[in-house]
Design a protein around this ligand. Structure first.
Ligand code: HEC
Ligand code: HEC
Length: 289
C-alpha cells in the first residue's frame, strides 16, 4: 500500500485499513462521547435496581421502587368511581328538579353527564344542540308535544312515543286522505284552515267550509281553537312552530298520509340515573317548564 499521501496530517496513525484510497484513522473517541457512554451504562444498572426491569419465568424483577403503572391506573379509576358513585347515588334518588338545582356540584355533574349521553344517544335525531329536524322536535324551545316539565320529559325519555313500550305515549292521527276518511276537497280545505290558524294566507271560502269539519274531526285532539293537547301529543297549530313543516305542501302531506313519528323508549337501554341526567339536561336546554 502506498503510504505517501500528502493530505495525511503529521503524526496521525491509521488502522492500516484502506478502501479506494480512503484510510481509516485510529483517533481516540471524543471525551464527551465516552463519558456519555459510561453514564448510560451506569444509568441502566441503577434503573434495573430501582425500577421493574427484567422478565422472569413467573413475573418480573419489581425493583426497589415497586412501581406499577397498572396499579396507579387502578387507584385512579377507583377514586373516579368513588366520586361518580357518590354522584350517581344522589342522582338516582332525585325526584324533583329542585333536588339537583340546589346542589351546584351535583348539577354540574348531571349536566356534563346529560350532555355526553345526549351526544351519544339523541343527537342523531334531535340535532347536537337539540335544535331538531323536520319530524324530530326541537327540544330547546317552549313548544312541547308531550309536556315540558321535568317529570313529563323524563316520562317521554323513559317510555318513548309510539315506541312499542306498553307505557309509551300513544296517539295516532289518521291518514285522512290516503285512507279515504275525508274527500280530497275536504283535505284541501282543511289544509287552508290549518294555515289560517297561524296567520298564514288562505282562501277564506275554503277556511269557512273546513271550520265545522275541524271541530268534528280534529278538535278532539288539537282542541277547538287548534291550540293542541299534550295528553294526545297533538301539536299546537296556532303557534307557527312546525314539527313537519308549515308550507301548504307539508300540511297537505300530513293530512293525507299521517305521520306517527317514533321516539324510542330508553328504559332498559339507559340506567335510571342516566335517564334522570338526560331529563335535567333537556329541561335545561332552555324550554323547560
Ligand atoms: C330515532 C330517533 C330519535 C332518537 C334517537 C331520540 N328521539 Fe326523542 N323524539 C323523536 C321523535 C320522532 C319525537 C316526536 C314524537 C312525536 O311525534 O310525538 C321525539 C320526541 C322527544 C321528546 C318530546 C318532545 C316534546 O315536545 O314533548 C323528548 C323530550 C325527546 N324526544 C328526548 C329525547 C332524548 C333525551 C333522546 C336520547 C336519549 C331522544 N329523544 C332520542 C325521535 C328520536
Ligand atoms: C287522535 C288525535 C288526532 C286527531 C283526531 C288529529 N290529529 Fe293532527 N296530530 C296529532 C298528532 C299526535 C300529531 C303529531 C304528528 C304525528 O306524530 O303524527 C298531529 C300533527 C298534526 C299536524 C302537523 C303539525 C306540525 O307541527 O307539523 C297537522 C297540520 C295536524 N295534525 C292537523 C290535523 C287536522 C287538520 C286534523 C283533523 C282532520 C287532525 N290533525 C286530527 C293528533 C291528532
Amino acid at each position: 500500500m502506498a503510504r505517501n499521501d500528502s493530505r495525511a496530517p503529521d503524526g496521525d496513525t491509521t488502522t492500516g485499513h484502506e478502501w479506494d484510497g480512503i484510510r481509516e484513522y485510529n483517533n481516540p473517541l471524543p471525551r464527551w462521547w465516552v463519558w456519555t457512554f459510561w453514564i448510560t451504562i451506569l444509568w441502566s444498572i441503577a434503573y434495573w435496581v430501582y425500577m421493574p426491569a427484567w422478565p422472569g419465568i413467573s413475573g418480573y424483577t419489581k425493583g426497589l421502587r415497586n412501581h406499577s403503572e397498572r396499579a396507579n391506573v387502578a387507584v385512579e379509576i377507583g377514586k373516579l368511581e368513588a366520586a361518580r358513585g357518590e354522584a350517581i347515588k344522589r342522582l338516582a334518588a332525585v325526584t324533583s328538579l329542585d333536588d339537583v338545582e340546589k346542589d351546584p356540584a351535583l348539577l354540574q355533574y348531571t349536566l356534563a353527564a346529560g350532555s355526553s349521553l345526549f351526544g351519544d344517544n339523541c343527537a342523531t335525531c334531535h340535532g347536537s344542540g337539540g335544535q331538531g329536524f323536520p319530524g324530530y322536535p326541537n327540544l330547546n324551545d317552549d313548544s312541547w308535544l308531550w309536556g315540558g316539565s321535568f317529570a313529563d320529559i323524563k316520562t317521554t325519555i323513559r317510555y318513548g312515543v309510539r315506541s312499542g313500550h306498553e307505557k309509551a305515549h300513544f296517539s295516532i292521527m289518521q291518514a285522512y286522505g290516503r285512507d279515504g276518511l275525508l274527500p280530497a276537497e275536504t283535505v284541501s280545505d282543511l289544509t287552508s284552515y290549518v294555515l289560517s290558524l297561524s296567520g298564514g294566507a288562505a282562501d277564506a271560502a275554503a277556511v269557512a267550509r273546513a271550520a265545522p269539519v275541524f271541530q268534528q274531526q280534529c278538535a278532539s285532539c288539537h282542541g277547538p281553537e287548534g291550540k293542541g293537547n299534550q295528553k294526545q301529543g297533538a301539536p299546537d297549530l296556532t303557534d307557527a312552530i312546525w314539527l313537519y313543516g308549515g308550507d301548504r305542501k307539508s300540511v297537505h302531506e300530513t293530512l293525507t298520509n299521517g305521520r306517527a313519528g317514533v321516539m324510542p323508549a330508553w328504559e332498559g337501554r339507559l340506567s335510571e340515573d342516566e335517564i334522570t341526567a338526560l331529563a335535567v339536561y333537556v329541561h335545561d336546554l332552555g324550554g323547560g317548564q
